[in-house]
Ligand binder design. Structure first.
Ligand code: MG
Ligand code: ZN
Length: 222
């Protein structure tokens, strides 16, 4: 085995150990957890912003927001005044890892939290390789992107439980084929669920809230 590959394997196994530790803590506390992944600009922060506002009276949410530089997205979410927000600025790294999430969790009071959302760095490649201890990955794609993304980034779609298709209000202005993207995603991952919505018009957001409530209830019952 080459030295470089050996180092990478060690980094990943250390990551998996920490992720398992995070997962068991969240299980004990019955906190549902999502790792939101997408290309830059698909609408992760927008979706979270709407969610925090809509569910502020029914669900207690903590959000960890990863970005390469700036805390702009975390600031935007903080302005909703509806959740505990923790920014992680990776300083160049193009993904979050379990160590960063562990450090961030250590600054959070998790008592009474129902849902932990982790907004990953916008990137469909390496975040697929780093388990953060979440229950599931939610992958976002918007109608201004290519509907062949599931085929281009199969690892991410294979490891995601839900595909959120955002910006459906812009469908008429793009070549994006919604049936095609679903078909492509299911070719990679037959079990993947899909939700279509528009953060701008609000269409479909209720379906996303129902989905969230369901995974939170399932976690409480587990
Ligand atoms: Mg963002
Ligand atoms: Zn990366």
């Amino acid at each position: 085995m080459g030295k470089k590959i050996a180092i990478k394997k060690n980094v990943l196994s250390e990551n998996d150990r920490l992720a398992a530790e995070i997962r068991s803590e969240l299980r004990e506390r019955k906190i549902a957890s999502l790792n939101l992944v997408s290309s830059p600009g698909s609408g992760k922060t927008s979706l979270l912003s709407h969610t925090l506002t809509a569910l502020r009276d029914t669900v207690r949410i903590a959000v960890i927001v990863g970005d390469v530089e700036t805390e702009n997205d975390a600031e935007r979410l903080r302005r909703t005044g509806a959740a505990i927000i923790r920014p992680i600025t990776t300083g160049g790294a193009c993904h979050l890892d379990a160590r960063m999430v562990r450090r961030s969790l250590d600054t959070l009071d998790l008592d009474g939290i129902d849902l932990l959302c982790i907004e990953n760095v916008g990137n469909l490649v390496c975040p697929a390789s780093f388990d953060l201890g979440e229950d599931m990955k939610v992958v976002l794609i918007s109608t201004t992107e290519g509907d062949d993304k599931p085929l281009k980034y199969p690892a991410m779609f294979r490891r995601s439980s839900l595909l959120v298709i955002n910006k459906i209000d812009l469908l008429e202005f793009s070549e994006f084929d919604i049936e095609q993207v679903k078909q492509n995603a299911r070719r990679i991952n037959p079990d993947i669920e899909t939700i279509e919505l528009s953060c701008r018009t609000g269409e479909g957001l209720d379906g996303w809230y129902v989905w969230l409530q369901r995974i939170i209830a399932r976690k409480k019952g587990a």
